[in-house]
Design a protein around this ligand. Structure first.
Ligand code: GLC
Length: 422
């Protein structure tokens, strides 16, 4: 009997000591250099500590391209990717292909994230992704140039255009012909949906759909917002801003060729990096309001980590997701990359705040941020967004007026709504 117990004890000890079968997990994450590096470092640390292997694949640059890639991957039941980095607008459309994490991640780990993001990632009671970082559009400006010209940080888009033109004119007269006043994301893609939604919401024009799914986009406020933005192209913004994505705007600003830039927080860390010519010259503020009737509006962005239902290594994939979404990793990414945590406590962390002084303000911006209508449009969101950015892009490029283009858009969205019944 004693022997039996001893033998059982030894067997148990062996089972405990023996590492679980090592798995290899493939994650797709990050595009921009620093972002990709931070993801790789985190994933490799997890692999080392857990005795597993990890393969890190760079994601495609554009959110909308990633979406169609994931949609295709999941539709084919492809098992080559275990962990996917998904945009805040995709949980509802991709839910069927993703693992329900609600019973597989301890409740205290779910509850430490901002409740609104957990709610966003919960589709029909299934938690389809853990929040990784959140995002909101911000106004980056050349602190040195504003000081030199004694111009305060603009509070309305009108003030922004005036300041941009004054400084652009002075810079050019001083022998810097490549300087423009304002850069943003004007390419026809999801980034333009974010920018145009900010303009429209700032002018009091709502968020494309109302909360009950009605189409509200064809309004005088939206017309004013889009025609205002179109007036910037070629005057304070380069004509090819209609081909700019995040990195194009960031690189133009980093070279000293823009006074103001609309971008996401990640740009801060890259601009402040050792050796960056802009280090110490950049300020970050909330985006302007439309006019005296408008409001400061930022589009809510952000990324989640999800596990594919077709993964053959689900247990290990979930471990990796939990590790990357943990407070330690979110803090490291916030300090080194300005990725805004989804864990509220980190906004009080002295190291996080020291690395990102604007995070104090970002908290307020995030609370008031405008969500794209992905919850309302569900699986039709990609279609809706494509129609919306095409309208904004045509208007910026001078094809048709804001008034006509928005009326056409409203008609198209109505057809989409009737067909899909959102
Ligand atoms: C940022 C945002 C994301 C958005 C994308 C658009 O990555 O976090 O939500 O869809 O920009 O380009």
């Amino acid at each position: 009997m004693r022997w039996l117990l001893q033998a059982a004890g030894t067997a148990m000890a062996l089972t405990l000591a023996a590492p679980a079968m090592a798995a290899s997990v493939t994650i797709v994450c990050g595009y921009q250099e620093l972002e990709l590096r931070l993801c790789r470092e985190g994933a490799e640390r997890w692999a080392k500590e857990s005795g597993n292997q990890v393969v890190v694949q760079a994601a495609l640059e554009r959110s909308d391209e990633r979406y169609f890639q994931y949609l295709d991957l999941l539709a084919r039941g492809d098992d080559s990717v275990d962990v996917l980095q998904i945009d805040v607008i995709w949980p509802s459309a991709l839910a069927d292909g993703l693992v329900d994490l609600s019973a597989l991640v301890p409740p205290e780990e779910q509850q430490r994230h901002l409740p609104a993001i957990v709610a966003n990632n919960t589709i029909g009671g299934r938690l389809v992704a853990l929040p990784w970082f959140t995002d909101a559009g911000m106004l980056f400006y050349r602190k040195d140039l504003l000081e030199q010209h004694d111009i305060p940080v603009p509070q309305t888009y009108g003030e922004l255009a005036d300041a941009a033109l004054a400084i652009q004119t002075a810079e050019r007269a001083a022998g810097r012909p490549d300087v423009w006043g304002y850069v943003f994301q004007g390419q026809a893609y999801e980034g333009l949906t974010c920018n145009a939604l900010e303009w429209i919401s700032a002018f009091g024009g709502g968020r494309i759909l109302s909360e009950d799914g009605a189409i509200t986009i064809d309004s005088p406020a939206a017309v004013l917002a889009l025609s205002t933005a179109a007036s910037w192209v070629g005057s304070i913004a380069p004509v090819n801003v209609t081909q700019f994505e995040e990195e194009d705007a960031r690189i133009t600003f980093a070279r000293g060729n823009a006074v103001f830039m609309r971008n996401w927080p990640y740009a801060w860390a890259v601009l402040q990096a050792e050796g960056s010519p802009m280090k110490g010259k950049v300020g970050v503020a909330p985006l302007p309001q439309g006019g005296s009737h408008g409001q400061h509006s930022a589009t809510l962005g952000g990324w989640q980590l999800a596990v594919s239902k077709y993964s053959k290594n689900q247990a290990a994939a979930i471990e990796l997701v939990r590790f990357l979404a943990s407070p330690e990793e979110q803090k490291r990414r916030a300090v080194a990359g300005a990725f805004a945590p989804t864990i509220e406590a980190l906004y009080q962390d002295p190291e996080v705040l020291a690395a990102n002084p604007f995070f104090a303000e970002l908290g307020k911006v995030l609370q008031a941020a405008v969500a794209r209508p992905s919850a309302e449009a569900g699986a039709q969101y990609a279609q809706l967004s494509t129609q919306f950015w095409e309208t904004a892009h045509a208007t910026l490029a001078g094809y048709g007026t804001a008034r006509d283009n928005l009326a056409t858009l409203a008609g198209r969205l109505e057809t989409l709504r009737l067909r899909s019944g959102w």
